[in-house]
Design a protein. Sequence first.
Length: 326
Amino acid sequence: MKFWLYLPANISHKLSAFGIKLYSFFCTKKKLKYNSLTWKNLNFFNPLGIAGGVDKNAELLKQWPKLGCGFIEVGTVTPLPQKPNSGKIIDRNNKELSLWNCMGFPNKGLCHLQKQLKKHKQYPIPILINIGKNRETDLKNAYTDYIKCMDQLQNYADIFVINISSPNTENLRDLFLKDNLKIFLQNCLQNKIKPTLLKISPDLSQTELEHVLNVSCIVGVDGWVISNTTKSLNPELNFPLNKGGISGQALEEKSKLQLRHSIEHLKKINKRENKLIISVGGINSADKIKERLSIGADLVQVYSALVFQGPSFFKKIYKNIKKPLL
Ligand SMILES: Cc1cc2nc3c(=O)[nH]c(=O)nc-3n(C[C@H](O)[C@H](O)[C@H](O)COP(=O)(O)O)c2cc1C
């Protein structure tokens, strides 16, 4: 077990940026090329990136390409800076390789993110920016927060990711409801300049998922990130039961099933082509990456695997990805 896993989750979380900086200091710059992809003129020299929430404020931009990421997603950013939810916000189950979090988009806000991104002209890998709404913005006006983020960050994003799937901002997931989704997305995308993906909740039923995909296609969403953390909290994991979301191994099957359903449905309605699908949830090895790609994902992301395996994860994958599936 890695030494930081003996520390309480909130302490190791606070130390993680320092650990990544230290580790990457000793890395030589080398592109880890495998399963390359070009989509809308963006080159992904490998399909593995960091998920939303890992580098919320884009504070490790120098480090990610050195570690071997094929792309990054920064944020979730909201127009105004905001603090985390009160009380416990993160927990870890080392045996089940799973995390629980109830963060609620803590971030330094749009202006700070813009400053960070401005420092890096010609970033070597594609940058996705994950955008959200401030806690105080009501649902009816939520789209205005998303538009603010897109307007101000359009010169720095290769792709935007609309996040309405976090379980940790009150009522946010209501934007997926039938009466809300179409008008919300239409409002967000009225002046779309950059390709825009929608990050999906793993807790949607199959019918709800199909509806979300249909509406996304109608309004011009360019793809999906499948999926965010799950609210179906398993008592055996010993996490707080009444709030938060679960990631890591405990999310794997749900996220995989949702990827499968999404691909099947998109093929059925003839909308798979030209759309970008990023699979995330419980991926922690080269075999699992290969599995998601074989189901039909274009790219994959990780969060929990970095927590449990540390920053050498990308190199380990590179070493193992060419081996036949176990
Ligand atoms: C501590 C923590 C914070 C997260 N913050 C965000 C976030 O700000 N925005 C977002 O879209 N997803 C966020 N996520 C969800 C991840 O991006 C990802 O969808 C989820 O963790 C599943 O991937 P994993 O099993 O590899 O961790 C967060 C996850 C964790 C564990």
